[in-house]
Ligand binder design. Structure first.
Ligand SMILES: Nc1ncnc2c1ncn2[C@@H]1O[C@H](COP(=O)(O)OP(=O)(O)OP(=O)(O)O)[C@@H](O)[C@H]1O
Length: 340
């Protein structure tokens, strides 16, 4: 059985319709008009135990609303969400004991308490038995390198240290699923890499299911095997990361600095997409021509100064999809958010 099943789920909010102008504002104080905002629209997907899934989409796409329904904070307007055999919004307490949640912008820490005492507090809250608590704490302290700041009050910790502590707290009770919202936001490269490594390791050791919403595509590339993309409340893609790249990318990029600026490459599998003096950019698909063949085609026929290969970049693909969508919206004259 799937661990998470989301079937044709929609979530609508009633929002107050603001009108421009003084008299309209005044009239609004007496009788308010509302409109329906569809934050999530007929979304279906299922997730198996142990999967690491990136849940992405532009601002306002409906990611947080979906996660809140999975956590049981919100009830769907229609459709059904089943997490570990339960309706999360009907059994919030049981669900809470089986999940861990980290919001990059919000902390679960107490400002004046040292980290060590904060862990103790969560042990009591989650009623974690001594043995498991000790084992998990030792494991997380080592994996997240928290020893040096364990006795310092939270207000003295850096953003990266606080995020590591938040992650440890969310996993102290061995949750089946962790929901992470922007877990690496604002962190430096080293701190990001530590957190990504930690998540991969815990997933490997404990088979924890990870659902990650992020705008950082390196998070997705380095943590997730699967990508679910949502836009304006609707599912746009659900599949393996490789498949996503294959389907949407313009392929690999071969960037060559020719000695002779007028050099001509005749192979139709190498498509010239950009030229800057002696530097030419060719796109190609690995299915048509292998990287080795593409390189030897160039080097066997031309004198070159330099050559670089760029793999399909998920960030570029997603960025161009967002831009395409928003241009389409402008063209259609539609609002970015679907209104019922
Ligand atoms: N409680 C609410 N009342 C009214 N509208 C809401 C509410 N919560 C969310 N929305 C609207 O629903 C849409 C989806 O919001 P949601 O927070 O799920 O997006 P998101 O994908 O998480 O965006 P972001 O990346 O900016 O966090 C947005 O248009 C938002 O304004």
């Amino acid at each position: 059985m799937e661990l998470i099943e989301v079937s044709e789920v929609s979530k609508e909010f009633l929002v107050y319709k603001r009108k421009k102008g003084f008299w309209n504002t005044l009239a609004g104080l007496v009788s308010r008009e509302y409109e329906v905002k569809k934050a999530v629209n007929q979304v279906s997907f299922s997730i198996t135990k142990g999967e690491m899934v990136g849940y992405v989409g532009p601002n306002g796409a409906g990611k947080s609303t979906t996660i809140k329904m999975l956590c049981g904070i919100l009830t769907p307007t229609s459709g059904q969400v089943i997490v570990d055999g339960r309706l999360p919004y009907e059994s919030r307490k049981e669900n809470a004991l089986r999940i861990g949640v980290v919001f990059g912008q919000r902390s679960q820490l107490f400002w004046d308490l040292p980290m060590g005492e904060t862990f103790e507090l969560y042990k009591k809250m989650y009623k974690i038995e001594d043995k498991r608590y000790k084992e998990n704490l030792e494991y997380f302290i080592e994996l997240l390198e928290m020893e040096e700041f364990l006795n310092r009050p939270v207000r003295q910790l850096s953003l990266g240290q606080k995020m590591r502590a938040n992650l440890a707290i969310s996993m102290l009770h061995d949750p089946e699923i962790v929901y992470l919202d922007e877990p690496t936001i604002g962190l430096d490269v080293l701190a990001k890499s530590r957190i990504r490594q930690f998540l991969r390791e815990v997933n490997r050791q404990k088979k924890t299911t990870v659902i990650l919403t992020t705008h950082d595509m390196d998070d997705i590339e380095q943590i997730c095997d699967r990508l679910i993309m949502i836009d304006r409340g609707q599912l746009q893609f659900d599949g393996k990361l490789d498949e996503f790249k294959r389907t949407y990318s313009g392929g690999y990029m071969l960037i060559v600095d020719f000695k002779d600026e007028s050099a001509l490459v005749s192979d139709p599998r190498l498509k010239l997409v950009k030229q800057e003096g002696p530097r030419k950019h060719f796109s190609f698909h690995k299915e048509d021509i292998s990287v080795a063949e593409a390189v030897s085609h160039i080097t066997g026929r031309h004198q070159i100064d330099d050559l670089q290969i760029k793999e399909p970049d998920i960030e570029e693909i997603i960025k161009s999809m967002y831009v395409r969508q928003s241009n389409h919206d402008k063209y259609d004259g539609k609002n970015v958010v679907n209104l019922a």
